[in-house]
Design a protein around this ligand. Structure first.
Ligand SMILES: [Zn+2]
Length: 277
């Protein structure tokens, strides 16, 4: 069964849905790397957790799969709604999702993979290699990873559903996955064509808009230079108009920047390029 029929009948443009499934309150000094270097007061800072859906009349692509209930609970995160219930509210049958794209393999982006037993899963080869390497066990990396998720990825590979990419790759008409590294070894951006112009899902290359605007790096980094380089890549894409809408990975202000979805998903989802009429 295809996912819900849409009036959008262009095979290469999509509606992008930003879905919030979790939240927490942290502090600026926890968010920004070496915060003392900025000589600014500390203070509370919200952090929201999202996954993203790209869909048209032909395809439904899920970008990242959120943290598992256990993965969120063990770190004290608040789940505002479960990923399966949010997919249900969007009329998405997980068993019929065309493709799952993982921007990286952190616990809050690669949980719940068991919900999608049929879908090919696209992820950077470098990302999978890293999380299977001995460095994944080191304290500063281990905190962000769930062993169960890496096990799931192994299972998906054994089933022949893992699609490993290197550099950048067009994974469907109008959907390009672009590897930038930095935050994790194989962190990716996802560029999507919509009827309202190209959208960049920055995921954790840009957790907060403030990172990009003020050139402040997030605290969790695999490669400092690559993370700055990813800022430059995103800035160039925005400045040249290559992308018209920038979607952050965790900024609590993200949903307000785009058209809210009402009904069951009120305050939990916004949309770009929704079919009209
Ligand atoms: Zn994240």
């Amino acid at each position: 069964m295809p996912n819900p029929p849409m009036s959008n009948d262009d095979v290469s443009t999509y509606e992008v849905v930003i879905v919030k499934y979790g939240t927490r309150t942290t502090r600026r000094s926890d968010v920004f790397l070496n915060y003392h270097l900025y000589h600014e007061p500390d203070g509370p800072m919200g952090m929201d957790y999202f996954f993203w859906v790209l869909r048209n009349g032909f395809r439904t692509i899920v970008v990242d799969t959120g943290f598992s209930p256990e993965g969120g609970a063990s770190r004290g995160r608040t789940q505002v709604a479960s990923v399966p219930s949010l997919l249900g509210a969007l009329d998405i049958d997980p068993g019929a999702v065309t493709t799952v794209v993982l921007t990286h393999a952190h616990y809050d982006h690669a949980g719940n993979l068991g919900l999608f037993p049929q879908s090919p899963v696209v992820v950077a080869e470098r990302e999978v290699e890293f999380w299977e390497s001995r460095y994944a066990e080191r304290t500063l990396f281990r905190h962000s990873m769930d062993v169960d998720n890496i096990e799931q990825l192994r299972k998906i590979r054994a089933e022949g559903r893992l699609e490993l990419i290197c550099g950048s790759s067009v994974v469907a008409p109008g959907v390009e996955v672009i590897e930038v590294g930095g935050h994790t070894p194989g962190q990716c951006l996802v560029k999507v064509d919509t009827p309202d112009g190209p959208v960049l899902l920055a995921s954790d290359a840009i957790h907060y808009y403030e990172e990009l605007e003020r050139d402040m790096l997030f605290s969790s980094v695999a490669d400092l230079v690559a993370m700055y380089r990813a800022f430059d890549t995103v800035k160039t894409m925005v400045d040249t108009g290559e992308v018209q809408h920038l979607v952050s990975g965790h900024d609590p202000g993200t949903l307000e920047r785009f058209a809210p979805i009402t009904g069951d998903l009120r305050r939990l989802a916004s949309t770009i390029g929704a079919p009209r009429g």
